[in-house]
Write a new protein. Structure first.
Lengths: 431, 266
């Protein structure tokens, strides 16, 4: 029996946010494939638009199918609420744009997804938002990079592609000491392996496309609010602490209390930027979330087996996987990710880029593509793909060497995966 | 907006409208360990339909300064001083749980100034389980979990929030976690030591409407009915499929009752 009166996360994965459809009795979450919703009368319409009542207006802002996924992920993360978006990158931008405007600054880990790096270094500066990237293993570097105009600290639970484990409590302390929220991209971990809010994070984003969805059939993102940050404690966050003319002078932190940030993200961010998730994609992604606990358990079991196999292989120079004692963050991983260190690992192949290309081309089970977190095992060479916009210096700063190969370990039989890797590694070493 | 009561700042949400003491006023009073934001899905309607609305933070709660007051009588007297500070001759009070018994005591103490009451999740005695009191004193996090557990129905613990994307029990826990140390214990002690319920109820002269839930574990429906029977001019609405946190669990049902009983009275 569960010791708590609150449902266990394994149960929430299947049920949170949904009840059988009251009209048809449908057990599965129905796909509400509709743009809009009929109002009871003109008063009802006006009350919904003025936030006097809760409900659905238009599917860019909310949709019943998407809302189930939002509520379910908020429940799994232990937040107050969530907003789903068209992609993980849309969730990242939604979080940033909800908190700040031109003239603001972000302190972020340097070991992050290449797309996030692009947003911080190349795209956001066009809108007047700059970023300083720092070593995720150095909390003092985060503190030293904070400026008067800094509005956010950002990092990933597990760095991409280097698998650095973020000391979330230490970085959260740095952020909070500076009066700033900590936003975590926890895509690699999922709430099954790590719950960043329990370690002090204030906002979480995921690419739901990855392990949460798990089947590689739909793109989506989510932004989750812990409801813990005091937006009124200083004057850094006027989007939440000052009247907003775009909604009748509403002060989100006053009206919505703990739900201020996520409420503005929906009311403004989805309304004006419009990067919403479709109900069809929400349905696909919900199928994945339902089996998240059992899939993640198998993912990390297989990843551990693959990592140990590679570490012992003659064609491999090094393996980076926090589940290995050789990883510099192994102890921290045991503390923050006790169920396992995820299913992404990277390794350096002997022979560098040329051998790497041969290796990838000889793989049969691993698919060469730009994704992670599929039920099927995947492989990529980041320096020539996901991180290709970086020059040599930036690649080195991001920890992406020419020899680095990234694996996303799937749910196949472990022996088959090891066999596939073994034959491809052998082929890679032949002249 | 802020008022000053006893030389302490008092926060009140106004629903995005300027406060006007000349208009009919409704004051929303939250329960133990809560703040004004628990009324989000009811209070805003009043602000935009002809009323001046104040959803207050009691002393020591939310953004209001000071310490939590020790007794329900103290809190009722404080409501009177708040009305003075706001320039209100009269007001309608809406209270939930501890806020409901504060409203009841205020109406008994200031019968000329209180026009109507709406009382949610309320009984004539508000004894607190010793385990909860002990937790509130010694282990606040445990107390917040107990309060969230006992005040939400089974359905709410699976979510299904009427507000898209919001996780109801997560929001309750986050709201409780904002309390300063000792506030919840002070609130629960004030409820536990309130012994004048039946006598106070008999003194009430204004119309009173009670909203109760069939699944409420903290203030059971039977107790709400007993209280209603003690109040000369009262009636009661039973809600189904929600529990003590009915404003979040059944926001439209609660608002519809408030509109019917209060909102259309101007």
């Amino acid at each position: 029996m569960s010791p708590s009166k609150f449902p266990h996360p394994d149960t929430l994965s299947l049920h949170a946010g949904q009840r059988p459809d009251p009209t048809t009795g449908a057990r599965a979450v129905p796909i509400y494939q509709t743009t809009s919703y009929v109002f009871d009368d003109t008063n009802h319409a006006a009350e919904l638009f003025n936030l006097e009542r809760a409900g659905h207006l238009y599917s860019r802002i909310s949709n019943p199918t998407v809302a189930v996924l939002e509520e379910r992920i908020a429940a799994l993360e232990g937040g107050v609420g969530a907003v789903c978006t068209a992609s993980g990158q849309a969730a990242l931008f939604l979080g940033i744009s909800t908190l700040m405007g031109a003239g603001s600054h972000i302190v972020a880990s340097s070991r992050i997804y290449g797309g996030s790096n692009n947003m911080f270094i190349h795209t956001l500066p066009r809108f007047g938002i700059t970023a300083t990237l720092v070593d995720p293993r150095d909390p003092q570097a985060f503190a030293d990079a904070v400026q008067d105009n800094t509005r956010l600290v950002f990092a990933e639970t597990l760095g991409n592609p280097g698998l650095e484990v973020l000391d979330i409590p230490a970085i959260a302390q740095v952020a909070h000491d500076a009066g700033l929220p900590l936003m975590i991209d926890s895509t690699f971990a999922t709430p099954y392996l790590c719950k960043p809010f329990e370690h002090g994070a204030d906002i979480i984003m995921h690419s739901v496309t990855k392990f949460l969805g798990g089947h590689g059939v739909a793109v989506g993102g989510v932004l989750v609010d812990a409801g813990s940050f005091d937006w009124m404690a200083n004057d850094k966050f006027p989007t939440l602490s000052a009247p907003y003319a775009g909604y009748h002078g509403i002060v989100f932190a006053e009206e919505f209390g703990p739900a201020a940030m996520i409420s503005r993200a929906r009311a403004e961010g989805l309304r004006d930027f419009g990067a919403c998730m479709s109900p069809q994609n929400a349905f696909y992604l919900l199928q994945g979330v339902e089996t998240l606990p059992v899939r993640m358990a198998r993912h990390v079991e297989n990843a551990q087996g693959v990592a140990e196999f590679l570490e012992a292989h003659d064609a491999v120079d090094w393996v980076s996987y926090p589940g290995l004692p050789s990883h510099p963050d192994h102890a921290l991983a045991n503390k923050l990710l006790p169920k396992g260190s995820g299913a992404i690992l990277s390794f350096g192949i002997k022979g560098g880029r040329v051998a790497g290309a041969k290796f990838i081309e000889r793989l049969n089970i691993f698919s060469h593509l730009a994704n992670i977190g599929d039920a099927k095992s995947l492989v990529i060479h980041p320096a020539s793909t996901t991180h290709q916009q970086m020059d040599a210096e930036a690649l080195a700063f991001a920890g992406v060497g020419e020899e680095l190969v990234r694996l996303s370990v799937g749910l196949e039989y472990l022996g088959d995966l090891q066999g596939d890797l073994d034959q491809a590694l052998a082929a890679s070493q032949k002249g | 907006m802020f008022f000053s009561v006893d030389n302490k700042a008092v926060f009140a949400a106004t629903g995005g409208k300027d406060f006007d003491a000349a208009k009919p006023c409704v004051i929303f009073i939250h329960g133990a360990g809560m703040d004004h934001s628990c009324w989000l899905l009811q209070s805003r309607w009043f602000a935009w339909h002809g009323w001046s609305m104040l959803a207050i933070d009691l002393p020591g709660h939310g953004r209001s300064e000071g310490d939590a007051l020790p007794t329900i009588a103290d809190l009722a007297a404080w409501i009177g001083r708040l009305m003075d500070a706001a320039g209100l001759k009269t007001a309608t009070l809406v209270g939930h749980s501890m806020g409901a018994i504060i409203a009841l005591e205020t109406a008994a103490a200031l019968p000329v100034r209180i026009e109507r009451l709406a009382l949610l999740g309320v009984t004539a005695a508000m004894q607190v389980h010793p385990a909860l009191l002990d937790a509130a004193k010694n282990d606040a996090t445990k107390a917040y979990e107990m309060m969230t557990d006992w005040s939400h129905g089974k359905a709410a613990k699976m979510g299904r929030n009427q507000v898209p994307g919001m996780w109801m029990t997560g929001n309750a826990l986050a709201l409780f976690a904002r309390n300063k140390p000792g506030v919840l214990f002070a609130d629960l002690t004030a409820c536990n030591t309130w012994e004048t319920g039946p006598a106070t109820a008999a003194q009430i002269t204004c119309p009173v409407h009670i909203i109760a839930s069939k699944q409420d574990m903290m203030t059971p429906l039977r107790g709400s009915k007993e209280l209603a029977a003690l109040i000369p001019d009262s009636d009661l609405t039973e809600l189904d499929k929600c529990s003590h946190m009915m404003m979040a669990e059944a926001p439209d049902a609660v608002l519809d009752v408030l509109i019917d009983r209060l909102g259309n009275k101007i």
